[in-house]
Unconditional design. Structure first.
Length: 332
């Protein structure tokens, strides 16, 4: 899978936006010619899944034309749209339920203002249209009760979430473990709120490492896993998971491994024959070095880190990744 960054335009200014360095900086968006090149690149070796991101992808001026192109391409297995949901009503009737699904990043009434009502109405429209969709939450402060209102509205008990750091908050990467410990109370307030409502949360990325949890706290994680089993909902609530390259491709046909490593991994897709070759490039140039890097000394011999299942974002290791890579290259 790869994501197509359709447009840099967005109708929100989220204080935690992970794509903040790109969003609303200019009006750049994909040309149809480059869209076709990217789709062919992604599907060159067979059927594939494609993600549509931004900015806000529904603000892409040629969105309907893109839908037609994707519908006609049998090598595009399915498409997931990452959206804030405010403008999705314009396209609901154009999306084939068998091919399209959506992940809606839901913001609070305070952030959305009058658009919060529109978001609620659009969720009901999506449900009526039988489109596959899931709600997402970026957990960055204690104002998350609204997400339960939205889940109740559509009668759902599964939720995708990620811990997000506010843009103006300076975090010392060498001490990120301590930062996670400081935010642990926020995480467990959220988990408890989910549990009493029978909501099953599942991690997206930037998850909390299991090593910061006490045995007592891990009991709560077990309860959430049991709840997931009860409702037959997949819930990778543990942060012990493998991080693989997530390819994001921009209108100028440049690509990055992921937003967290954007200033370190940009390269043009024209240098590669297909998506798999690009993924192997990132694995060899970044992931291998990230796996042998650690944030603080206590992480050095951690089994989960060695197995690449720590959950700590590679962006927190960026300076060490560069140092190790440069050292190895200088020895060759």
């Amino acid at each position: 899978m790869a994501n197509i960054f359709l447009t840099k335009k967005c109708n929100l200014k989220c204080p935690y936006c992970f794509a903040n360095e790109f969003v609303n900086k200019n009006q750049e968006e994909f040309s149809i010619e480059n869209l076709i090149k990217v789709i062919n690149f992604i599907t060159k070796d067979g059927t594939s899944r494609i993600g549509l991101i931004g900015g806000e992808p529904t603000l892409y001026s040629k969105f309907r034309e893109l839908i037609k192109i994707l519908d006609k391409n049998n090598k595009v297995k399915d498409v997931i749209i990452y959206t804030n949901g405010i403008e999705i009503d314009k396209y609901i009737n154009h999306l084939n339920p068998k091919k399209y699904s959506l992940l809606l990043n839901c913001n609070s009434p305070e952030q959305l203002g009058e658009n919060y009502v529109k978001l609620k109405n659009n969720l009901l429209l999506l449900k009526k249209a039988n489109l596959t969709f899931k709600l997402g939450l970026n957990l960055w402060n204690s104002n998350f009760a609204y997400i339960f209102e939205l889940l109740k509205l559509i009668n759902r008990n599964d939720l995708r979430f990620s811990y997000a750091i506010q843009n103006d908050k300076k975090v010392n990467n060498s001490n990120i473990i301590e930062e996670f410990k400081k935010q642990k109370s926020l995480l467990f307030d959220f988990f408890n709120a989910c549990l009493i409502r029978n909501i099953v949360p599942s991690y997206d990325c930037n998850s909390f490492p299991d090593c910061i949890f006490t045995n007592e706290e891990k009991i709560l994680l077990v309860k959430i896993k049991q709840l997931a089993e009860k409702y037959d909902v997949d819930s990778p609530i543990s942060s012990c998971r493998t991080c693989n390259p997530v390819i994001d491709i921009f209108p100028d046909l440049s690509a990055i491994r992921c937003f967290g490593l954007s200033d370190f991994s940009k390269i043009n897709i024209s240098d590669f024959d297909n998506l798999e070759q690009l993924k192997r490039y990132y694995y060899a140039k970044i992931d291998i070095f990230a796996k042998i890097s650690y944030v603080i000394p206590m992480c050095e011999n951690c089994k989960m880190r060695i197995l690449n299942k720590c959950g700590i974002c590679f962006a927190y290791k960026l300076s060490k990744i560069k140092k190790i890579k440069n050292y190895i290259l200088s020895e060759e």
